[in-house]
Write a new protein. Structure first.
Length: 295
């Protein structure tokens, strides 16, 4: 009996403390000449362990509820322990009643310069800026967590997005451009500033309507789900021209454009499909070749 009680307690503790992310990490150093690439494999393993073994929130997370995501770092140049790189951040979430996982985030950051020596510990300091590598990782982890939460419950990712904002504010003392407010620059500052802006809250509202009221209804009521997705997409028109470069719209369609085409190509047309097409062409003209496939 005593052993059974201990086992139950252990299992409850594991559930409560379980980490939130199941992150695939890749460090690509193909552009770097030389035969000794061990430092990049060490970095890759260190990042993977850091992200997947850290408890990022106080949420109770079951193993099957972990967020599937991927971080790909492409090393463009190396000068001793200094690296110029880009980082791509992707995440998905499951769709209710199906085996399908829908992309939530697919973002590429081309300005990711950092210092790293092999076996450097990855430690985030909450009160001062120590490492652009670690700060960038922590920032994007909270972006992943915040946007994922928003797709399940309206604005429920606020706490995680606020944590990302704290990372940004802390990192501004470094003087690194990616963390600074620069007009027209699509960087980390602009990303979190837009996500937390009261003027642009319609973006996060659309995330919820698209996923929870749209995709999650497909298995039970496809027409209802498709109509909700259509309304969510049309509502994004309200964000058009509210910000320079429409960064949030670009981020949304970098993740969703192919999925939108699959949803609205073929099958029963929705009531406002022509209006939807007009809206898509207006707010995401870079994807016009894709929108042509919607009929």
């Amino acid at each position: 009996m005593r052993n059974l009680v201990f086992l139950v307690f252990f299992m409850m503790t594991f559930v409560v403390k379980s980490q939130e992310l199941n992150c695939l990490v890749t460090v690509n150093a193909d552009k770097i000449s030389g035969s000794n690439k061990q430092i990049f494999k060490t970095l890759e393993n260190s990042i993977k362990e850091y992200i997947n073994q850290t408890k990022w929130t106080n949420r109770t997370v079951k193993n099957e509820e972990k967020i599937d995501c991927a971080i790909t770092i492409i090393i463009n140049s190396q000068n001793n322990n200094r690296f110029k790189a880009s980082i791509q951040v992707q995440s998905t979430r499951p769709v209710f009643g199906s085996t399908y996982s829908t992309p939530v985030l697919n973002l590429k950051d081309d300005e990711f310069d950092f210092k790293y020596s092999e076996f450097d510990p990855l430690i985030y300091n909450t009160t001062s800026f120590d490492s652009n590598l670690v700060s960038t990782l922590v920032f994007y982890v909270h972006i992943i967590l915040g946007l994922d939460a928003d797709t399940f419950k309206k604005y429920s990712g606020e706490k995680e997005l606020k944590e990302a904002e704290k990372v940004m504010l802390n990192a501004q003392q470094s003087g690194i451009a990616s963390w600074s407010n620069q007009v027209g620059k699509k960087n980390r500052f602009l990303l979190i500033d837009n996500l937390l802006s009261s003027r642009l809250k319609g973006f996060r509202n659309a995330l919820y309507n698209y996923h929870r009221l749209g995709l999650d209804y497909f298995s039970s009521d496809k027409k209802k789900g498709k109509t909700s997705i259509e309304k969510a997409l049309i509502s994004l028109n309200n964000l058009h021209n509210k910000t320079i470069g429409n960064y949030l719209l670009r981020i949304f369609f970098d993740a969703k454009s192919d999925e939108v085409v699959r949803i609205f190509s073929g099958g029963t047309k929705t009531r406002n499909q022509q209006r939807l097409l007009q809206t898509l062409r207006k707010i995401s003209p870079n994807n016009n070749s894709k929108w042509k496939k919607i009929n």
